[in-house]
Ligand binder design. Structure first.
Ligand SMILES: Nc1nc2c(ncn2[C@@H]2O[C@H](COP(=O)(O)OP(=O)(O)OP(=O)(O)O)[C@@H](O)[C@H]2O)c(=O)[nH]1
Ligand SMILES: [Mg+2]
Length: 184
């Protein structure tokens, strides 16, 4: 589709948020919505996601549909039905839960070594940066061996954020939206 066609008929971009159970995916989505609407979000009332949450919103002038997937084991098998028509992916890591880094790394590699995401922008969020014991950017890059992703010509970004206080969330999604669909 050329640029002229996409102007007259605005595309709805699809963003997928994945990551382990309790990493902060839904909080990230709520935080983003709070930032763009200016509304206060009550983060104490967010239940674990059963299945998925879907939000339709205007994000940096684009129509976007965000799929926030449940991270519990029984829901992970539903992630891949979205892989083939996703314009941007967000992987949320609980940066303060080193005990689950190994599991998170397996899940991360399992998802991103598969073919559909070769040209898709990937945002790797090290969440919970508000906590003292949240891992550093450098240590996560090393542990997850992320260097080849960044240097391999892929649209890949790692950021340390706090969904709870909003730190880094706006910039993160700005990067994602800017990098979506540039090959279409
Ligand atoms: N300190 C801190 N806690 C956070 C942050 N983001 C999320 N949490 C907390 O982490 C817990 C899980 O957050 P959710 O957003 O429900 O996690 P999720 O990844 O959607 O979990 P599932 O839906 O079960 O896959 C909640 O108690 C949140 O308040 C953060 O940036 N900082
Ligand atoms: Mg959730």
């Amino acid at each position: 589709m050329g640029p002229a066609a996409s102007k007259s008929e605005k595309k709805v971009y699809k963003i997928l948020i994945i990551g382990l159970y309790r990493s902060g995916k839904t909080t990230t989505l709520m935080s983003l919505m709070g930032l763009i609407t200016g509304k206060t979000v009550d983060f104490s009332k967010i239940p674990s996601t059963l299945g998925q949450n879907v939000a339709k919103l205007k994000l940096f002038k684009q129509n976007v549909e965000i799929f926030d997937m449940g991270g519990q084991d029984q829901y992970r098998e539903h992630w891949d039905i979205h892989y083939h028509n996703t314009d941007g992916v967000v992987f949320v890591l609980d940066g303060a839960d080193e005990g689950r880094f190994d599991e998170a790394r397996h899940v991360f590699l399992d998802v991103f070594q598969c073919a559909p995401f070769r040209d898709t922008p990937i945002l790797f969020l090290i969440n919970k940066s508000d906590l003292d014991y949240c891992s550093t950017l450098e240590s996560v890059i090393e542990y997850f061996d992320l260097e080849p992703f960044s240097s391999g010509g892929r649209k890949f970004r790692v950021l340390r954020v706090s969904a709870l206080n909003g730190h880094g969330i706006y910039t993160a999604f700005q990067w994602l939206v800017k990098n979506m669909g540039t090959k279409k």
